[in-house]
Design a binder for this molecule. Structure first.
Ligand code: PLP
Length: 415
């Protein structure tokens, strides 16, 4: 018998998550403490149904408002072959930001004509690979790239990345729409860039802008649509991604329906709108499970709960001071104020500065929700720590879709 979650984290955990009769968290019907025992920790655990449901929610929200739209999975959020396969299966298109992501998207079954290649400094090798594999659209980011495409890909279908001069309220490292940005063409340069594309014989089909990530403020998206539409009469406008998600109990982001309203209200009929979400498709679909190794109580100062991962599997707290919640996987709702520390040789390797846990002890499985986006994607081998596996769960079945790295993997590239 499973009980409903009453932790205040229902909107942060994967859809359908629950506490089972033992009080342990189930994701996709799988008890995460059992997964920890069988498959080890740390591990990224996703609910497959959650990913599918969010992909469908996007398509339904747009379909209810327009016939002309395309939902493009921004795959930098979770570049996992099995996740590409789910997104392709759900009828999404896909944004890839490198040759590596392109390789994974193709391995995941995306048809090349559904792919959009991004990047502020695509190499000749990446552009050549994209052309050779028949990538549908290249999103041009600079005048230098126009020259490269003229040589490498005459006639290529392209969109133009515009920096619309809009700065959303978000961390400065994930704001990309302001004039002072390494991405895209500033508004003053757009007419010249359009001319350059035409002169280069490229097929310019529309404009693109992505103003940033983890955004709750919907008015900036309305403004974005207005600015892009004001730049010319194009059949396609890609308004990027960026919808924020809930990382903590207090976070209440706008719904996908409200986001779709904001993107679509200012766009005239007949224009196809592309929306490019990453985080909001996969962020809440995944949790990371860790094992508590040491508990260091410094009376009157702090209690450090150290886990077997950290900045190698979740860089976001260190990059953006991103906040997360944690729970002991089979004792939700504790009241001891703790700091969750990683195992790396950096004092800054702190996953969560303050969170309440129930009497944490060595051997406990600790769960950190909302790590589905930019967790695995930014994982690294600092301290030569092997990267965690990715596990997809559905109806009680767990599938390892990316295996855990081994020590032998660490020497595999030695020349
Ligand atoms: N599109 C582009 C060009 C991006 O750079 C990003 C993220 O950096 C996204 C879409 C996805 O943003 P998010 O994950 O916030 O939806």
């Amino acid at each position: 018998m499973a009980a409903a979650l009453t932790t205040g984290l229902e909107h942060v955990l994967p859809l359908g998550s629950r506490l089972n009769a033992r009080g342990a968290l189930e994701v996709g019907g799988c008890d995460v403490t059992e997964l920890a025992r069988e498959l080890g920790t740390p591990a990224y655990v996703y609910s497959e149904d959650d990913i599918r449901a969010r992909a469908r929610a996007y398509r339904e929200a747009f379909a209810a408002r327009t016939e002309r739209f395309e939902i493009v999975y921004a795959s930098k959020a979770a570049p996992i072959t099995a996740v590409y396969r789910l997104m392709a299966d759900e009828g999404l298109s896909c944004d890839v930001a490198s040759g590596g992501e392109l390789h994974l998207a193709l391995a995941g079954g995306f048809s090349p004509d559904r792919l959009y290649l991004h990047g502020n400094n695509k190499t000749e090798a990446e552009l050549g690979f994209a052309v050779q594999r028949g990538v549908g659209t290249i999103v041009v980011d600079s005048f230098d790239e126009v020259d490269r495409l003229q040589r490498l890909a005459p006639g290529q279908r392209v969109m133009l990345r515009v920096t619309p001069g809009i700065k959303p309220e978000t961390h400065e490292k994930i704001a990309t729409g302001q004039e002072d940005s390494k991405f895209g063409f500033g508004l003053d340069d757009v007419p010249r860039a359009i001319e350059a594309c035409t002169d280069a014989g490229l097929e310019l089909c529309g404009l693109h802008a992505h103003i940033g990530s983890q955004i709750y403020e919907l008015s900036v998206f309305e403004r974005l649509a207005e600015v892009l539409w004001g730049m010319g009469d194009y059949p396609l406008l890609n308004l990027g991604g960026g919808l924020g998600i809930a990382y903590t109990a207090e976070d209440h982001p706008p719904s996908v329906n409200d986001y779709a309203d904001a993107l679509l209200t200012r766009v005239p009929e007949g224009v196809t709108v592309l929306c490019e979400p990453g985080r909001s498709l996969v962020g809440n679909a995944g949790v990371t499970i860790y094992t508590v190794g040491t508990v260091k109580r410094i009376p009157g100062v702090r209690t450090y709960v150290a886990v077997d991962g950290g900045m190698s599997d979740n860089l976001r707290p260190m990059l953006y001071a991103a906040r997360y919640e944690a729970e002991i996987a089979d004792r939700f709702g504790g009241g001891d104020l703790c700091t969750v520390a990683g195992m790396h040789c950096e004092s800054g390797d702190i996953l969560i500065r303050d969170t309440e846990l129930d009497d944490p002890r060595p051997g406990d499985v600790l769960v950190v929700p909302a790590t589905g986006a930019y967790g695995h994607a930014m994982a690294n081998n600092y301290n030569a720590i092997p990267r965690p596996p990715v596990i997809l769960c559905r109806e009680g079945e767990a599938r390892v879709v990316v295996r855990r790295e081994t020590y032998d993997d660490l020497t595999l590239r030695d020349a």
